[in-house]
Design a protein. Structure first.
Length: 564
């Protein structure tokens, strides 16, 4: 017992010694000097800016699209893209032969009406009466010619419409023919692909009596695999076909046996281990790649051929609509000419009657009214003539010239586009998330791709659209920015914009990355007496990289990175 007690006492002593050593190591490690903290930033005063980056396009405050008020054949085109034009300059005109005739007729009618009035006041002489009678005959001839012209115009325009309808019928027939032809070609190419080198593939390596495949796969099912099995029945060797096709029965040597979809299998000898598969199409055949390529080519050719035929039909329909509009305009013009000639005849008859009759007060009033009507007719004819030309309403730069000489021009369709190149500005779009910080008058720094990044320009925000524009699902607002006067700047150039939405000079700042936030309170870590202390701060303008600090720290303070 004494020996055992002595042993336990020694053991307890050693355990105590080990515990004391462990405690010493732990205390030593905890007391070991920590490395000094490294400042991340020294508080100082500098400029702080908040900006928005955007891309825009140079355009003009005045960008005019000019067109004719009526339809017709383009007779003159006096400008090309890039030309400088002056206000009032003639840009283009339509064929004005008919309108010129109408003006001449209206002028003649006015002269006749005025002469009739004058002669009525002065009294008619024998020669005057003869002239008046001749005017009546001339007016009759004019009316007859105008009526004949209506018949001729109607026949000509009806023939043009008939030809357009025939073109549509031909285009429809051609489209149907092309579709049928291309469908058949695609079908043939696909059937050829499906029948590429069809052959049975044995399931087992020791299979004997490999059969052959004949016939043409009918394509009623797009693709798949036949499974051919043979077995010994009570009446001899039989076979079955499953999978893509179905069939079966007694196996007769050297006789094609139906396996479905117009394909047959022929056994030249009695098979053993007779299971085979037939893939449709056979992607391992030597002709498969070529046939697959031919099939894809047939599909592409089909699409292109149908598109071409459809385009021809669409163009024929457009031509018909144009012909219908032209017919209506031509007939209306001819009818107007008839009405004008009929009025002229009535006026000539009235003038003749006045000449052979004594002048009365009511006759004088009628003569005055006739003069007034002739003046109105002349003004109308002159207005119609003026509608056949386009003059520039401003001085500027030609940016678009749409038609070519001799083309049929449709009323109100753009012919020439002019912009005022002396009033250029930049249009850009700012996302909804940033627009609240943008306001009119803010300075915008910019560069133009065409001038290079080394050319720095400056402008100001002129206006901000009150309503948003949705572009590709993103809500944005259009912003207009002024441009300096520089002859190198052209409409359509791309501008890279930096909108300065906030700026302060020489203020105390800290980097944004060193500011920590908890709720509405912001703070920074300051190095004081070798340790980091969290100090609450009051901030002002938050810039792109730095934030203005209004209180809480001083210039020269050493800041640490925020504690994670």
């Amino acid at each position: 017992m004494t020996i055992i007690a002595s042993f336990f006492k020694r053991k307890l002593v050693w355990v105590g010694i080990v515990i004391i050593i462990i405690i010493g190591v732990v205390v030593g490690l905890s007391l070991r000097a920590k490395p000094p903290l490294t400042p991340a930033y020294t508080v100082s005063s500098q400029d702080v800016r908040r900006t928005i980056i955007s891309t825009g396009t140079v355009t003009s405050h005045m960008d005019l699209s000019l067109s004719f008020k009526t339809s017709g054949i383009l007779k003159t085109l006096n400008v090309k893209v890039g030309d400088k034009v002056k206000e009032g300059q003639l840009l283009a005109s339509l064929d004005d032969a008919d309108a010129g005739v109408s003006v001449a007729q209206a002028q003649s009618q006015l002269l006749s009406a005025q002469a009739t009035y004058d002669k009525l006041i002065n009294g008619a002489s024998g020669p005057d009466i003869d002239v008046s009678r001749a005017n009546v005959e001339s007016a009759k001839t004019t009316l007859s010619n105008a009526e004949k012209n209506l018949t001729d115009v109607t026949a000509t325009q009806d023939l043009l419409i008939k030809n357009s309808k025939e073109s549509i019928a031909q285009a429809k027939n051609n489209l149907s023919l092309v579709k049928n032809q291309q469908d058949q070609l695609v079908k043939n190419a696909y059937n050829l692909l499906l029948n590429s080198g069809l052959e049975p593939v044995p399931v087992y390596d020791n299979a004997t009596g490999t059969p052959t495949v004949t016939g043409v796969y009918d394509g009623s099912s797009p693709s798949g695999t036949y499974i051919i099995k043979t077995y010994l029945g009570s009446d001899g060797v039989n076979f079955t076909s499953s999978g893509l096709g179905s069939g079966g029965g007694a196996l007769i040597l050297n006789i094609p046996l139906a396996i479905g979809h117009e394909l047959y299998i022929t056994f030249s000898s009695t098979p053993t281990n007779g299971d085979w598969t037939i893939d449709v199409p056979n992607t391992q055949s030597s002709g498969y790649v070529a046939n697959q390529s031919a099939y894809q080519t047939a599909l592409q050719t089909q699409t292109q051929a149908i598109h071409t035929a459809q385009t021809t039909l669409d163009n024929a329909n457009i031509a018909l609509q144009t012909a219908i509009q032209t017919r209506a305009q031509a007939i209306n013009t001819a009818i107007a000419t008839i009405e004008s000639a009929r009025v002229a005849l009535q006026q000539a008859n009235a003038a003749y009657i006045l000449k052979i009759s004594a002048a009365r007060s009511e006759d004088v009033a009628v003569a005055k009214a006739t003069v007034a009507q002739a003046q109105s007719s002349l003004a109308l004819a002159q207005n119609t003539l003026s509608n056949l030309s386009i003059t520039s309403p401003i001085s500027g730069l030609v940016t678009i010239v749409a038609p070519k000489l001799g083309e049929q021009i449709v009323a109100s369709k753009e012919v020439v586009k002019i912009l005022d190149d002396t009033s250029l500005h930049v249009e850009s779009y700012i996302p909804e998330s940033s627009i609240a910080t943008v306001s009119e008058g803010q300075v915008v720094e910019m560069t133009l791709d065409a001038l290079g990044p080394e050319i720095n320009l400056s402008g100001k925000v002129i206006s901000i659209d009150p309503a948003a524009t949705v572009m590709s699902g993103v809500i944005e607002f259009r912003v207009i920015t002024s441009l300096p006067v520089d002859e190198r700047i052209k409409a359509g150039m791309t501008a890279n914009l930096t909108v300065i939405t906030g700026e302060k000079k020489d203020v105390m700042v800290v980097p944004n990355r060193l500011i920590a936030s908890q709720g509405t309170q912001e703070s920074v870590m300051i190095l004081r007496e070798g340790i980091g202390v969290s100090i609450p701060i009051t901030t002002g303008l938050m810039g792109d990289n730095y934030t203005e600090v209004l209180s809480g720290i001083s210039n020269g303070d050493l800041l640490l990175n925020p504690v994670p």
